[in-house]
Design a protein around this ligand. Structure first.
Ligand code: HEC
Length: 76
């Protein structure tokens, strides 16, 4: 993904209520060990629940290291 990329995921519960928003933002030079990704998690009302170099985000998305830490689709 190019520097400056932003990916936002809306996380819904099975009953279709919004549980959280999770965000990946790629910033040049931010966290070279993790391809520059800044992670953030917000409540549905915009309260910050996690931000920055979040270990659990990097750990799980790290399984997709060869796909620039993203799950949804293969990058070319
Ligand atoms: C236990 C594994 C796991 C953890 C922890 C996790 N994610 Fe994910 N994330 C996924 C999976 C799997 C997907 C693919 C879409 C889906 O299944 O919801 C995903 C998708 C995403 C996407 C859409 C882009 C993509 O990779 O497809 C964003 C943005 C995202 N996660 C942000 C975060 C943030 C921010 C955190 C930490 C607060 C986080 N994730 C923690 C597993 C995880």
């Amino acid at each position: 993904m190019p520097d400056g990329s932003i990916i936002i995921k809306e996380n819904y519960m099975p009953d279709k209520t919004l549980a959280a928003l999770t965000v990946m933002y790629k910033e040049k030079g931010y966290d070279p060990a993790h391809n520059g990704w800044f992670w953030a998690k917000y409540s549905p009302t915009g309260e910050v629940r996690a931000e920055g170099k979040v270990g659990m985000c990097n750990d799980c998305h790290g399984k997709q290291k060869d796909n620039d830490y993203t799950f949804t689709g293969p990058l070319k």
